[in-house]
Structure formats: structure tokens, C-alpha cells
Ligand binder design. Structure first.
Ligand SMILES: Cc1cc2nc3c(=O)[nH]c(=O)nc-3n(C[C@H](O)[C@H](O)[C@H](O)COP(=O)(O)O)c2cc1C
Length: 370
């Protein structure tokens, strides 16, 4: 049974802490949190404490979505537990074999918040973009990032998770992104399949795989991956290879017709859920020529519009594809709006920054008592 006193303490504690955290830049604060998670992951007793917090914070509210049973309808979105960046695969593998925690948060975040989508992982490691890549806009409770798919690569990520298999959480997802900068669709497909294969071969069994065809912060235009032909061939190839439920993550701001086409393609290729949406590209504060993906409050309207549109298609054609909302879910009102639009579950990222680590529990609790 969730403890109201614990949730209240958590909310009050984070309200007091937030101004201190916000004195640092978004990027600096994020780096410090990753350093903290790296330490927490190493302490088995700490995992036990975080699990206890999880039990005090969440009431079981099982939900079936996209072929998966979740303990409650909110999940941490991809991009928080995604791992360090590396310039090449050998370096990533050496770092891992020397005992470095290359995916900070892999143990502590699921213990605390429950279901987490790990990644995005690409076939090859990536360092991501240099310089400042994260911002926050507290006035609209938004985040903005151009991390650029920094990650250790699928091979090292799979090997690292395999090394720690005994301590993996009961339910987690793995998000695989298409390789940025690869123009040839056949190679693109091959790299996604190879990435998946590393997890299979390592014996990693997530509850779901997500195919991310919508990252706005790389050398690619994500629109190029979301055409009918490209999406169809990728989804068919991946669905043909994995037994695990397959979800696909798409962009906000697409044309109504494109959402209709994507939903049909997902239904026809065996995709079990669509995550709507990734961030939306907008100019970076003070640098009008540079764009980065906005999440949080400024994304919500577009993510909600996409959710409504996809859900309409699902209902009209009876497609067996669930809609998972993502974008600016920060409180019970935004959560309720997604649920009323028909989303069976929702993901969050920016809520962590504005509501604290137990944001999901606070939102569910507010919703229950609204
Ligand atoms: C710093 C950062 C990194 C992200 N990296 C990824 C990623 O690697 N893969 C992905 O699918 N989404 C990524 N996202 C997008 C989030 O998963 C989510 O779709 C987006 O932030 C919208 O949710 P929100 O409004 O709750 O923040 C990232 C978001 C942020 C803020």
C-alpha cells in the first residue's frame, strides 16, 4: 500500500532541493546525477532501500500494454539510463571488461521507479554531440537536449547487461535506434538487426524492444525514417526476428495522414505498441541556428495531438496496436489528458527534473485523489 506520508515527504523534500539543483546548469546537474547513480548501482544494500521506497510510493495497478504486463501504467522513457558514450567498440568493451559501470542507473533506477526503457542503443557506440547539449526552461517545465544518441553501442551494452544478469530488474525495455548517418536502407536494417542480435546472443530478455525511428538530435532528419516504405521494411524485418513484443517510437508534429499510414504499417507488420512521441526540434536558447529536442511542457500539446490521432486510427480500423503516450506528462492533468485520449500507458522523462525521482508515483497518486 502506497504511503501518503512518504509521498508527501518526497514531494516536500524535492521542492526544497530543486532550487539547489537548478543553480547548476541542466548539463552539470545531469552529470552529477549520473555520477551518483554509478555509485548507487554498486551498493546492493542501496538497491534494497530503493526497492522499499518503490513499494512505499506505488500501489500495484497492473496494466496490459503492447504485449507486456506493467505493474502500473507509467514508465521511465528512453534516454535517462542509456550509458556512456564511446568513440569505438573496442574501447567500450575494454572499459566494460575492466569493471566500469558503462550504463549508470541500470540497477538503481528500476529499483526506485519500476519499469525503465534502457537506451537508445545504436549498433555502434557514439560519443554524441560535443559542448552544451542540455537545457531546461523552468517557466514552461520543459527540457531541451541535443545529446545526439551518445551510447556505448549495442554490443558493449549487451555484454554489460549480461555481466550483470543476476541483478537485472524483472521488467525493462530496450530501445534500439536506427544508425544515424547511414543512408542505405539495407545497411540501416542490417545494423538494427545486428544490434538486436547482440542482446539475444547475450541472453538478455527485455519485456519489450522499442525501435526508435525518431531521434531529432543527430546528423539525420528523423522524417526520413518515418516514410511508409522505410518504416515498413524496418518493422517487418525486426518483427520477423524478435519474439519479444516490439514497440516503435515516433515523432510529434507529423501530418495527420502520416500518422494514419504509420499506424497501418505497424498493424500490418506486427508492431504491438507505438510510443508517441519523441522530442520536437526547436532552436536552442541564445543560438537560433542550433536546434535541439524539446520535451516537457512545451511538447505536451503536440504529443497529445499525436496520441489522439493514432488512437482514432486504432479505433477506426480495430488495429491491434496500443498507443503509449510520451511528452510533457508532468501532473495528473496531463496524465489524465493522455488517458482520456485512449493511451493505455505513458512514459516520462522531463517529469523527473520538475517533480523529482518519484514523479510517476506522485502523478498516479494525484490522479487517484483528483
Ligand atoms: C537528455 C535526453 C535524452 C534523450 N535520449 C533519448 C534516446 O536516447 N532515445 C529516445 O528514444 N528518446 C530519448 N529522449 C526522449 C525522451 O525519451 C522522451 O521521448 C522526451 O523527452 C519526451 O518526454 P518528456 O516530455 O516526458 O520529457 C531523450 C530525452 C532527453 C531529455
Amino acid at each position: 500500500m502506497a504511503s501518503t506520508a512518504f509521498l508527501w515527504l518526497n514531494q516536500a523534500g524535492y521542492a526544497a532541493l530543486r532550487p539547489l539543483i537548478f543553480r547548476s546548469s541542466a548539463q552539470h546537474a545531469h552529470e552529477r546525477i549520473m555520477a551518483l547513480l554509478r555509485t548507487l548501482d554498486q551498493q546492493a544494500w542501496m538497491t534494497g532501500v530503493l526497492r522499499q521506497f518503490n513499494q512505499w510510493a506505488f500501489d500495484p495497478q497492473p496494466v496490459q500494454v503492447g504485449g507486456v504486463t506493467l505493474p502500473y501504467p507509467l514508465m521511465l522513457a528512453a534516454g535517462f539510463v542509456k550509458g556512456d558514450g564511446f568513440a569505438d567498440e573496442d574501447v567500450a568493451l575494454v572499459a566494460m571488461s575492466q569493471g566500469r559501470n558503462i550504463i549508470p542507473g541500470w540497477r538503481s533506477m528500476p529499483a526506485l521507479v519500476g519499469p525503465v526503457e534502457f537506451g537508445s542503443f545504436t549498433r555502434w557506440p557514439r560519443l554524441g554531440n560535443p559542448g552544451t547539449v542540455m537545457w531546461r526552461d523552468a517557466g514552461t517545465r520543459s527540457t531541451q537536449n541535443r545529446v545526439g544518441l551518445r551510447n556505448p553501442g549495442a554490443r558493449a551494452a549487451a555484454a554489460f547487461l549480461a555481466q550483470n544478469k543476476a541483478h537485472l530488474p524483472p521488467i525493462f525495455g530496450i530501445n534500439i535506434a536506427v544508425s544515424p548517418g547511414v543512408d542505405d536502407p539495407a545497411q540501416q536494417q542490417q545494423e538494427v538487426l545486428e544490434a538486436l542480435d547482440y542482446f539475444h546472443t547475450a541472453g538478455i530478455t527485455p519485456a519489450w524492444f522499442t525501435l526508435n525511428i525518431s531521434c531529432p538530435n543527430t546528423e539525420d532528419d528523423p522524417g526520413g525514417h518515418q516514410t511508409e516504405a522505410h518504416t515498413r521494411s524496418l518493422c517487418a524485418a525486426v518483427a520477423g526476428q524478435v519474439q519479444t513484443p516490439l514497440w516503435v517510437k515516433i515523432s510529434p508534429g507529423l501530418a495527420d495522414e502520416q500518422y494514419a499510414i504509420l499506424m497501418r504499417v505497424f498493424a500490418e507488420t506486427g508492431v504491438q505498441a507505438v510510443i508517441a512521441t519523441n522530442t520536437i526540434s526547436q532552436p536552442v536558447p541564445g543560438q537560433p541556428a542550433v536546434t535541439a529536442g524539446v520535451g516537457g511542457g512545451r511538447l505536451h500539446e503536440q504529443a497529445l495531438a499525436a496520441t489522439i490521432r493514432l488512437q482514432q486510427e486504432k479505433t477506426r480500423h480495430q488495429y491491434p496496436v496500443d498507443v503509449i503516450a510520451c511528452g510533457g506528462m508532468l501532473d495528473s492533468a496531463s496524465y489524465r489528458a493522455f488517458a482520456q485520449a485512449g493511451a493505455q500507458a505513458a512514459q516520462y522523462w522531463s517529469a523527473l527534473i520538475y517533480r523529482g525521482p518519484l514523479a510517476a508515483a506522485l502523478i498516479i497518486n494525484e490522479d487517484t485523489h483528483a
